[in-house]
Design a protein around this ligand. Structure first.
Ligand code: ATP
Ligand code: MG
Length: 554
């Protein structure tokens, strides 16, 4: 696999593993810690790339850990999906697959250790009082329970665990600094009471650790050296460090933050993506318009294109939004090199070659890729009746139009030069059939006399082509930042984000396409089989991306 480009995180790591550094002589060890409350999206792909890619770069290790400390939201269904998506992206956690909830006993013990050291206490302020006593920049916070005896806190904490108190009645708080300018350090809550069933630990616990307490412990237990997370945790880092400093943890990990990925014309939070699914705005988490890994995969994205995207956008400390077009550019780059070419007519009209013998069929051997002879050739059949794109004929051509119009010559890709002789229309004036005559001297599309033929059009043989449905996609939202607009983000859904073409004609070789194949349909874009809805008797293709690249020029 490609090696991750260097970034500021690697500069820190280089210092840490150099002689005299905090991790000198140790293997670089990272982790990816998703909360199993939804499917992964392209933002997670960045975090996956940063964590797994960094470990790879240093010949180190990266763990996969389900961050399931919050019992209200996790769902078993998501755990398997997350693993599958990470594997598909090409990353491997080997046997290092963990659940944060596996450490609940140890977390409890570390909490007791803090109480014994006078560094944590049971507080009986309720949520409202806690907000009221929080203070402001010039006023410290306060808690009347801060100086209660250690023995009393130990006893109450034990009873909290045993289920004696109802939700919200008390919390365990760290005893740090009520006057800190960083409000995360003003005696933050470490444990709360929550009488809720947990998908793994069942009803064993009715107190659950807060993220800021749990996460550094999880990292320390697993021997993580570098805990790479997103920028919103920057102000929590002093607390992270405080926890690992003050518990007798087996190791002391270092947290480094990087910017989240945002992409325009879409939303990225799992909660919002779930809303789109649950309210049936899309066809599930794997709808090809979704920015989920599953959606992108079904759309036709390759793991390499997503890895390349996450590498090229870089890793920095500044939040920014990346244009959707850049993601498309990365896919196009990959498929331009690796996708076989094929012909498909999306909006067909008949082309009849009137001087071509009826009943005759010939075959042309064509390359699957113009630059890769190793991708082989295939046979394309030709006969008197073809299908061409309706837009490739104009009875009265507009200026500079070089395709079929009466009197004009056009190259039928890889086959012959034909000259348009007219057309037939239905009662509404819509063209149903175009007529042309071919020049038998131009087999293969060459002109022996060197005459210039400007237009080249794609086509399929009406005799043996395959019917298919083709789905074209556009942005899911009409505005760049649906979250930043007035009203609900669903108000900005694009009504034209999916266009279904039912009557498409494909060249016969596409009949036996594999589900994982991707093609460039000439002049149309890159397409793949829809893994959910396509069947041998009813082919369905998705357009992964069109051909036009706005990024190439920039
Ligand atoms: P969401 O708001 O989408 O639910 P999250 O941060 O709550 O995101 P987690 O499952 O907790 O989702 O995330 C797992 C990891 O992925 C975290 O380390 C988080 O920082 C990272 N991550 C999530 N979203 C992004 C993003 N848009 N860009 C980069 N990293 C992200
Ligand atoms: Mg989360």
């Amino acid at each position: 696999m490609e090696v991750m480009s260097s970034n500021f995180i690697h500069t820190f790591i280089d210092e840490d593993i150099a002689e005299g550094g905090a991790y000198y002589g140790r293997k670089v060890h990272t982790r990816f810690p998703p909360e199993p409350n939804g499917y992964l999206h392209i933002g997670h792909a960045k975090a996956i790339f940063v964590n797994f890619g960094t470990a790879q770069k240093y010949n180190g290790l990266c763990n996969l850990r389900m961050d399931d400390t919050n019992p209200t939201k996790e769902d078993v269904e998501y755990v398997d999906a997350i693993k599958e998506d990470i594997s598909w992206l090409g990353f491997d956690w080997d046997d290092r697959f963990y659940f944060a909830s596996d450490y609940f006993d140890q977390m409890y013990d570390y909490a007791v250790e803090l109480i014994k050291k006078g560094l944590a206490y049971v507080c009986e302020l309720n949520g409202e009082q806690m907000r009221e006593y929080r203070g402001d920049l010039s006023t410290p916070a306060k808690s009347p329970y801060r100086d209660r005896p250690v023995e009393e806190s130990l006893d109450l904490f034990k009873r909290m665990r045993e289920g004696e108190f109802e939700d919200g009645k008390m919390t365990l708080r760290a005893r740090i600094d009520l006057a800190s300018g960083n409000f995360n350090m003003r005696d933050p809550v470490l444990y709360r009471i929550n009488h809720m069933h947990h998908h793994r630990t069942g009803d064993k616990w009715c107190i659950y650790p807060m993220y800021d307490f749990a996460h550094p412990i999880e990292d320390a237990i697993e021997g993580i050296t570098h805990s790479l997370c997103t920028l919103e945790f920057e102000a929590h880092r002093p607390l992270y460090d405080w926890v690992v400093e003050n518990i007798s943890a087996p190791s002391k990990p270092r947290q480094i933050e990087f910017a989240r990925l945002g992409i325009n014309n879409t939303v990225m939070s799992k909660r919002k993506l779930r809303q789109l699914v649950e309210e049936n705005y899309v066809d599930g988490w794997d709808d090809p318009r979704m920015p989920t890994i599953r959606g992108l995969r079904r759309r036709g994205y390759t793991p390499a294109s997503i890895r390349s995207f996450t590498d090229q956008i870089g890793v920095s400390k500044v939040n920014s939004t990346v244009e959707y077009g850049f993601l498309e550019h990365c896919l196009r780059d990959d498929l331009n090199e690796n996708a076989a070419r094929a012909m498909a007519v999306l909006d067909p009209i008949k082309l009849v070659i009137t001087n071509y013998p009826e009943g005759k069929t010939e075959e042309f051997e064509v390359e699957n890729h113009p630059n890769h002879p190793e991708m082989g050739t295939r046979k394309v059949s030709f006969s008197r009746e073809l299908y061409i794109e309706s837009t490739d004929f104009m009875e009265e051509p507009i200026k500079k139009y070089q395709r079929l119009y009466p009197g004009n010559e056009v190259r039928i890709k890889s086959a012959y030069i034909v000259k348009c002789t007219g057309c037939e229309k239905d009662e509404n004036g819509k063209v149903t059939t175009v007529y042309a005559e071919y020049d038998p001297e131009t087999r293969g599309g060459n002109t022996p006399d060197g005459r210039k033929v400007r237009g080249t059009i794609h086509w399929v043989n009406a005799e043996d082509c395959v019917d298919a449905e083709v789905r074209l996609y556009d942005n899911l939202f009409t505005v760049s930042d649906p979250d930043g607009e007035d009203g609900d983000f669903t108000d900005y859904l694009n009504p034209d984000s999916l266009k279904i073409l039912k009557n498409c004609k494909l060249e016969t070789s596409l009949k036996n396409s594999e589900k994982t194949d991707r093609f460039q349909f000439m002049r149309q874009g890159y397409f793949c089989i829809d893994t959910k809805d396509s069947a041998p008797e009813k082919l369905v293709f998705n357009r992964a991306v069109n051909l036009r690249d706005s990024f190439k020029k920039k």
